[in-house]
Design a protein around this ligand. Sequence first.
Ligand SMILES: *[C@@H]1O[C@H](CO)[C@@H](O)[C@H](O)[C@H]1NC(C)=O
Ligand SMILES: *[C@@H]1O[C@H](CO)[C@@H](O)[C@H](O)[C@H]1NC(C)=O
Ligand SMILES: *[C@@H]1O[C@H](CO)[C@@H](O)[C@H](O)[C@H]1NC(C)=O
Ligand SMILES: *[C@@H]1O[C@H](CO)[C@@H](O)[C@H](O)[C@H]1NC(C)=O
Ligand SMILES: *[C@@H]1O[C@H](CO)[C@@H](O)[C@H](O)[C@H]1NC(C)=O
Ligand SMILES: *[C@@H]1O[C@H](CO)[C@@H](O)[C@H](O)[C@H]1NC(C)=O
Length: 873
Amino acid sequence: MAAVAAVLLLLSSLTITLSTTIYSGTISPNFTASHFLFIENSGDFLRSVNRNYTAAIKNPQPSSSSFYLVVYHSASHTVVWTANRNTPISSSGQFRLSATGISIHDDSEDSVWSTPEFSSTVASLQLLDSGNIILLDRFNTTLWQSFDFPTDTIVSGQRFLVGKSLIAYSSPSDYSDGEYTFMLTSTTGMLQWQGLTYYELSMDSRSIQNSAQFVSYLMVNGSGFNLIGESGSEIVTKVLMPPVVSDSDYRILKISNDGYLVVLRYTNNNWVTDFASPVDRCRSPSRCGKLGLCSSGGCSCPPGYHIDPKTNFGCSLSDNSLSLPESCNGDETRPPEDYVYVPIGKGLMYFSIYFTNPARNNVGLSTCEALCSSNCSCLGFYYGNRSESCYLIGNHLGSIILSSNKEEDDKLGFIKAISLSSSSNNQNGTTASDFPVIGLVLLPVSGVLLISIVAIWMCIRTQKNRKKNKMKPIPKKFVDDSYSDDTEKFLIAGLPVRFKHEDLVHATMNFSTPIGSGGFGKVYKGVLRDKTVVAVKKITALGSQGMKEFFTEIAIIGNIHHVNLVKLKGFCTHVRDRFLVYEYMSRGSLDRTLFGTGPALEWKDRFEIAVGTARGLAYLHSGCEQKIIHCDVKPENILLNDDLQVKISDFGLAKLLSPEQSGLFTTMRGTRGYLAPEWLTNEAISDKTDVYSYGMVLLELIQGRKNCGHAPILSFENPTPSTECPSSGSSGLLNPPRARSIYFPLQALEMHEEGRYLDLVDPRLSGRVTKHEAEKLVKVALCCLHENPSLRPTMANVVTMLEGTLPVVEPRLDLLGFLRFYGRRFTEPSMVATVTGVETPSGVMAPATESSSMSVFLDSVSYTLSQQVSGPR
Ligand SMILES: *[C@@H]1O[C@H](CO)[C@@H](O)[C@H](O)[C@H]1NC(C)=O
Ligand SMILES: *[C@@H]1O[C@H](CO)[C@@H](O)[C@H](O)[C@H]1NC(C)=O
Ligand SMILES: *[C@@H]1O[C@H](CO)[C@@H](O)[C@H](O)[C@H]1NC(C)=O
Ligand SMILES: *[C@@H]1O[C@H](CO)[C@@H](O)[C@H](O)[C@H]1NC(C)=O
Ligand SMILES: *[C@@H]1O[C@H](CO)[C@@H](O)[C@H](O)[C@H]1NC(C)=O
Ligand SMILES: *[C@@H]1O[C@H](CO)[C@@H](O)[C@H](O)[C@H]1NC(C)=O
């Protein structure tokens, strides 16, 4: 009976409405469509006026029996919007447009999806050429638009409003809500998995902060995508991409079903990926399934785990007497002794550790373990040995990743397991505290190869450590005065080699060959007994902070490894003196090579130095576990080896000053010409302070001499050289004096405004630099000098701009006007004040920098004055 009815119904609809017409632009109530009714057109029933987009009732794949109301991009057949993503219908299920809105009905006539109720009746539905479906009343007022309810994609020109999310499809053949989300907050965009963040746009080196406003929406267009501020016009964050050239090129932003935020461009009938994040593919949290170990080589299981036989995706414990807890149903509690914690292994990390705060700080491993045992939704934890911090892993287990910085990461992960035979608990003894044993006990059945690789690796490590230990003096043997400071009290992990004072005296021939002096003291050349040449920095300007703080900082500095950072080989304490032993750099510091009397540095070398310095600083700011602000970026601290490779020195030393000192110190610190405005305005010092100084260094690389220049006219009238610029070699003599002495950053700004970039380049390189090359460096430098720190690029941004992976951003003139005040200082000789009656914190400043610091202080006073005189800008 029912079958006959169905056939009749089918026949009637066949005869009555089977349609070959596709509507154009607009449809009006009452309108009905189903895949079946429009089968001749594969379910398409409406096209936008210029046919850019098509609305259809479609299934994701020909074999699928799930049908959805979709809008797709006509040329590429890419679905950009889905109405009933979680409630698919069959091929005869219906889309209906009535006076009350859109509804979608399954075979039993029930509505499975509909637009909300409206106050007025719907007069028409339009599919626009932008891809937007709008419902209009009879006055053409928009009642509803699909752009306000994005699914997993936004198209060029669509406003993605703050607070909204894109939710990935479960799979390419299933449009239902998947596990990954892209959320837009008032400050940034972030990717989340099961509610846990694993990527933030603001931390991406390709995103450029342009304003401090709150975000109101995100929009994709021909030049990339932008987060637009509340004012509706100002760009807060921009991500630039290759410009769209052809009219038919088309760009979308979407979250892929495997958790990547991608921007795709359709060009020449092909999709090109312009942007994909996270860049490290392993940072998508479930790429290798539960507890799978993701690396560039693919997926594997950590030692002690094997591939989950049930799912063949992800890993489970190799020890059959243990099982992972079932999902937590809230009230389930077991006695803590039922749980055992299986280590994940050294150097293996979990994504959420990078984005969440520890559940507790300053606790022991056992406390952390107890915290996890008492919490049913805790599935494991990470414990930071050095920082004594405890991070809980909750709710879901994702993949394991390799630590990006093995040397620094001392966090160990443990997965909660339930012992199936509680009585054998003690025999198993699988508790967190005896980690080294576990790797042996839990020999996996499979993955033997992996184990042996790990074993070899550990073996190499131990050998290395042994070697190190050989060089390391064994403390108790040397009871000389350098050990009278009770350092043995402090057990600090990762402390570099400790040298004996007598060894350093011998190596430096009693400190007889000074090779430089910096903000903290003199530097001497030395040769160790094993013939290694080193630079020994004798620190005399230290605060009276405790030994423990000193050692902590040394341990941090000693554990930083990057090709563009000078390696700390060791240290020594002797009475009140501290010595730092660095690798020796044959070419000395950049100021000598750049401003010295030797042949001029070629442009290519200058560019490489600029990139190397940027990379080194970017690493300090975001590559290591603890952000390090250099605070004193200048050519004197940029060392070069024989191949002109950059090695930045003196990083991490700023922290050796005690807080009381740094208050005063910060106002006076740094070297003339490198000081960012925030030193003078009591604003917080941040990594962007280094960016400013870097911009100054970049300008000096361009012109081949000091920014503050030698002022020929001034010195003519005033035979005593001004203290403005620590006179560095013969820079003023090398270059023909310019007619008018001018503050170089200001000159750079003026020449930029006039597009005369080549006028800024070192005249010795004349003819060997193109305007394009010069323009790039000048623009990057000016962006670094923006007055508002948050609107300077990050060092990572700078690297990408220099390398060319990102287009160079236009400097903002409104943020550079302050240079005119700084600049005025150089054309008004009367402003050169005499150094009297300025109190200095005793013992803070090294003699070598005292005079320059003093003039900086005076400059700051005059800058403040000039600001007051001219009133608020
Ligand atoms: C649409 O259908 C409803 C009920 O089926 C009817 O009341 C209404 O008049 C129809 N509207 C038009 C424009 O045909
Ligand atoms: C609504 O828009 C359509 C097409 O754009 C137009 O023809 C019609 O006159 C408009 N109606 C009103 C009331 O403005
Ligand atoms: C993209 O949008 C931004 C911000 O609205 C704008 O400045 C830029 O010129 C646009 N680019 C193109 C190619 O339309
Ligand atoms: C529609 O597509 C054409 C060519 O493909 C393009 O020039 C036009 O800008 C598109 N219209 C909209 C509103 O996107
Ligand atoms: C943690 O640090 C302590 C000393 O601070 C050390 O004895 C212990 O071996 C370290 N544990 C691990 C697993 O590295
Ligand atoms: C239990 O652990 C989860 C996951 O880390 C955490 O979100 C939650 O706050 C914890 N609950 C308690 C009571 O500590």
